[in-house]
Design a protein around this ligand. Structure first.
Ligand SMILES: [Zn+2]
Length: 310
């Protein structure tokens, strides 16, 4: 397994009315660094993409990424660059990006150019920006330059080109403590196509589930798997402690108790897919009695109570 640290630059329409549906951002540069399983750098990828969709440079984008339309003319069309990139990645690439956006935009561009998808469902990846925050207990997402300064990494090449940002992200990844590397994220550009392909992942101190899409949110909220509160450690049924409730109808919470593992909070978040379908991200974690009782209090005092099951 190799880590592929990826960074993309993209352009957009100069006028809002010129935006092509389903293709708001056109990739103009792909930069990447390949790291071995020991996180040492193995090889580099850097290519310009010749625009086919937005052929004038958006003012702010152009300033931000230091690229001129004229330079991009020396690039190859996206399908050619992507084919080379895919070959360079090799088998079983494990993608790493700064922030959560790049894999989504990559797949959106692939769809526009009618290339076959990288995966039939969600893609596990490392969001290095998130891992940096976790590793150094930083409360919010910081930019790449902040992280570089924080870790005293030498700024030996300029920022805001795809390759340099991938390179700096790789330098940060190299230094992260090993214990945060298990905290993968999922890109959900392609949702799980059926129940069988849904995501169930046990992390160190919590569990994450990503559902297949549902046409209506009501269907999602009555699905057995979505609302299941069986213990994620032993798989046994749990007893109700605080019934399902919501304060804002964007997420639902409950607390149940496993005889062996104690009090477990379940949280169901409703998300909208691009086509309007609803899917669910459920997280579960074990909590102490004090936290459970404060949720019980919150439920009893909430006005917009939405009890799903008795
Ligand atoms: Zn249990």
């Amino acid at each position: 397994m190799n880590y592929i640290v990826l960074d993309l630059e993209w352009n957009q329409s100069s006028k809002p009315e010129g935006t092509i549906p389903g293709m708001p951002f056109e990739i103009v540069e792909i930069g990447a660094v390949k790291l071995g399983s020991d996180r040492s750098m193995i090889s580099e990828f850097s290519r310009l993409v010749k625009p086919q969709v937005y052929t004038t440079m958006h003012q702010i984008t152009g300033r931000l990424i230091h690229l001129q339309m004229q330079q991009l003319q020396s690039g190859d069309p996206f399908p050619v660059v992507y084919a080379d990139f895919k070959e360079w990645c090799g088998d079983e690439p494990f993608f790493c990006t700064w922030g959560p956006l790049d894999l989504t935009e990559l797949q959106r561009n692939m769809r526009y150019f009618e290339l076959s998808p990288m995966a039939g469902g969600p893609i596990a990846f490392l969001d290095v920006q998130k891992l940096f925050s976790i590793a150094y207990d930083i409360k919010e997402r910081r930019n790449l330059e902040y992280a570089i300064d924080y870790l005293n990494i030498e700024k030996d090449i300029p920022f805001h080109r795809a390759f340099s940002d991938a390179y700096y992200t790789a330098r940060i990844l190299e230094q992260l403590p090993t214990d945060v590397l298990g905290r993968c994220s999922y890109d959900v550009f392609h949702l799980p196509r059926d129940k069988e392909h849904e995501i169930h992942t046990v992390f160190d101190d919590y569990f994450k589930y990503i559902s297949r899409p549902f046409r209506e949110r009501e269907r999602a909220l009555t699905d057995r798997e979505v609302m299941s509160t069986k213990c994620y450690l032993c798989g046994k049924p749990t007893r109700r402690y605080v019934k399902w409730f919501t304060t804002n109808s964007r997420f639902y919470q409950c607390v149940t108790e496993c005889d062996q593992h104690g009090l477990m909070k379940s949280k169901v978040r409703l998300r909208k897919a691009e086509n309007g379908d609803t899917y669910v991200v459920k997280t579960q974690k074990f909590i102490d009695k004090k936290t459970a009782d404060s949720l019980k209090y919150k439920r009893e005092h909430t006005l917009h109570e939405g009890v799903l099951r008795s």
